[in-house]
Design a protein around this ligand. Structure first.
Ligand code: SAH
Length: 372
């Protein structure tokens, strides 16, 4: 991406607990009008700015020719501050997969991935800098939580990536970004208010938001039970992905430590409530870890937990993190696991492992940067 913002960046490691500057994407349309009015500008300029940012993916005041020159700079400075600074970009799959490492205003690092396919373009975004869930196989989990991202820091990742797709920079892919998955850094439901606000910005029709289809937005969670129930009550139809990774509490207590608080039965119960409320099929995420969770009996147990439910299993070949004692399951073991689940009546797919050679797994690019 030649168009990444290039500015002076704070030295790595600088940290303060200062909120990021307020941004258009933090505000709903009424809030934007009020903010524009408070700057002494006519309130309809809020709609113009929103059309540029959400509708045209434009943030450069110089091209906002429908706004008087005198007002452009002031409005952009107040409502479109630069939140994300590109630090490093990697690509693979002949340019169809792009990974960007961003530095935030306080030096915190987060990453986003753009994946182009012949029929769709997906953005994978971060909801927190770091993560407090401490899953031992996940690179982000090792470093702990730095902070929650603001609504606009989440939305702006998507707007940048949508701009890359719109400029036709993904060979052989449609120019319109159509899907967003919250599978970058962080636990989205631990940053509930900002993430649900971001869901509104992503799915409200332009110019209020980006106008993505709710069903094409996936929130992936370890299963914070009260937050899953709360999300079910919001009236969103976003897809819920549940990172299960084990069908028995003994192993899940280790792989997903939050299981010590909310057990599998409770987590699945919340997921079925979500499915019933929204009509959306739950995606059960299961990282295949050699000799840890990939035994035939665990496939059978998982099948019994899920049979007859509105769910499918998405197996993820483990992407081993540096220094980890764990490895991905061998392919024949994976195939047997799939076979048993399907025999048990559970739709199962194996996730495409896009971006593996660019440290596409959760947190690895940021971890590499910190290690430099
Ligand atoms: N906190 C959210 C989002 C995390 S990333 C969640 O846990 O769901 C999205 C998925 O990638 C999760 O299912 C997560 O468990 C999985 N994941 C993390 N590290 C991985 C690794 N090294 N290999 C394979 N999958 C991994």
């Amino acid at each position: 991406m030649t168009t990444l913002p290039v500015v002076e960046t704070p030295p790595p490691g600088r940290r303060h607990a200062v909120l990021p500057p307020r941004h258009l994407a933090d505000l709903d349309p009424a809030g934007r009008r009020a903010a524009v009015g408070a700057l002494g500008e006519r309130e309809f300029r809020a709609g113009q700015l929103s059309t540029h940012y959400f509708g045209r993916l434009v943030r450069d005041p110089a091209v906002m020719t429908d706004v008087p020159v005198a007002a452009r700079g002031r409005l952009a400075a107040a409502l479109l501050p630069q939140l994300l600074t590109g630090v490093r970009e990697q690509s693979c799959d002949s340019g169809a997969t792009r990974k960007v490492l961003w530095r935030l205003h306080d030096g915190a690092l987060v990453e986003s991935v753009l994946m182009g396919y012949p029929d769709r373009v997906t953005a994978c975004v971060s909801s927190q800098a770091g993560c407090g869930m401490a899953c031992p196989f996940c690179a982000t989990g090792q470093a702990g939580l730095t902070r929650n991202l603001s609504t606009a820091e989440i939305v702006d990742q998507v707007v940048w990536l949508a701009g890359v797709a719109a400029r036709g920079e993904l060979p052989g892919c449609p120019p319109r970004l159509s899907r967003v998955v919250f599978m970058g850094m962080g636990e989205p439901l631990a940053n509930y208010a900002r993430v649900t606000d971001a869901l509104r910005r992503l799915t409200d029709p332009a110019p209020a938001g980006l106008g993505l289809s709710q069903r094409h937005v996936t929130v992936s969670t370890v299963g914070l039970v009260p937050a899953v129930h709360r999300l079910a009550d919001e009236g969103f139809a976003v897809t819920l992905a549940l990172s299960l990774h084990a069908p028995d509490d003994e192993l899940r207590d280790e792989l997903v430590p939050v299981n010590q608080r909310w057990k599998i039965a409770e987590v699945l119960d919340a997921a079925w409530t979500y499915a019933a409320r929204t009509g959306r099929r739950i995606s059960i995420e299961y990282a295949m870890i050699r000799d840890v969770n990939d035994q035939p009996w665990r496939a059978d147990l998982l099948g019994r937990l899920l049979a007859g439910r509105l769910a499918h299993v998405n197996l993820i070949p483990l992407n081993p993190t540096p220094g980890s004692r764990w490895d991905a399951s061998p392919k024949p073991v994976e195939r047997e696991f799939v076979r048993r689940l399907r025999m048990g009546g559970v739709p199962t797919t194996v996730r495409d492992t896009r971006g593996r050679e660019i440290d596409g797994a959760c947190g690895q690019l940021a971890a590499a940067e910190v290690a430099l």
